[in-house]
Design a protein around this ligand. Structure first.
Ligand code: GLN
Length: 239
């Protein structure tokens, strides 16, 4: 179901001028599965922009760091000096969503590696699933329902999908494993007690690839986070 249909069904509004339609999601487009995320965002009814240079971050409300090769993405981010612009984005409380390699880049600690922006308190093992079983697919139960006090949007997690109600058909490709999650981390989905979808404030991470399926619920959830943060930023500016 598209975001606007969900809104209509629940008779809720995203605020007078902050809507899904005028929400802009940037997708880091240096390497990896950025095109698929752009497709998913557009299907949700929001706008999507490729982020190739740090200054592109100024014109978006939320950012997706896609799956791919975390070392390569990190090196390219360094080459183009993304650090300060990303820090500013994070400090402005604009939501960031990292999938797979993106999750690794946002982590507090990456075992055996020196990168990780430290925006979510997780320790990650990049190669925990090893080579033989480096790709697998599983139905995962997610806790995505969200109704908040300011009452912008409510997304139901119970939509019927190929994987069944409440389940998300999760595609894992050389997936990172979250070995430790701090107290502030909210686990929204797990496999064998290992978190695979998690959130800390405005940072969302996913160990699998939601952009490779037709199920838009995780992207809708992220857009919901972005709209809520836009409302907060706007009300802060008005105070
Ligand atoms: N294992 C990869 C890495 O370390 C991530 C895989 C992915 O993004 N699908 O970057």
């Amino acid at each position: 179901m598209l975001v606007m249909e969900v809104l209509k069904e629940h008779n809720v509004k995203a605020g007078p001028d902050i809507t899904v339609k005028n929400t802009v999601i940037g997708v880091l487009a240096l390497q990896g599965a950025f095109r698929e995320h752009i497709g998913a965002i557009k299907k949700c009814g929001a706008m999507a922009r490729e982020i190739k240079f740090p200054q592109h971050l100024d014109s978006v409300d939320g950012l997706i760091i896609p799956g791919g090769e975390s070392t390569t993405i990190y090196k390219l981010m360094q080459k183009y000096n993304f650090g300060p612009a990303l820090e500013k984005f994070y400090n402005q409380k604009k939501p960031i969503f990292g999938t797979c390699a993106g999750l690794i880049l946002l982590a507090e600690e990456v075992k055996g590696d020196s990168f990780g922006f430290g925006y979510i308190d997780i320790t990650v093992d990049r190669n925990a699933y090893g080579r033989q079983v480096d790709s697998f697919e599983l139905p995962v139960v997610l806790k995505l329902g969200s109704a908040n006090a300011n009452n912008n949007i409510i997304f139901e997690s119970g939509a019927e999908t190929a994987a069944g109600p409440d389940k998300f058909h999760a595609v894992f490709i050389r997936a990172p494993k979250i070995e430790k999650a701090g107290e502030k981390v909210q686990v929204l989905g797990s496999v064998d007690s290992v978190p695979v979808l998690a959130r800390q404030e405005n940072v969302l991470v996913c160990a699998f690839h939601p952009e490779l399926t037709d199920d838009l619920r995780i992207h809708q959830y992220f857009i919901d986070m972005v709209i809520k943060s836009k409302n907060m930023i706007k009300s802060d500016a008005n105070n």
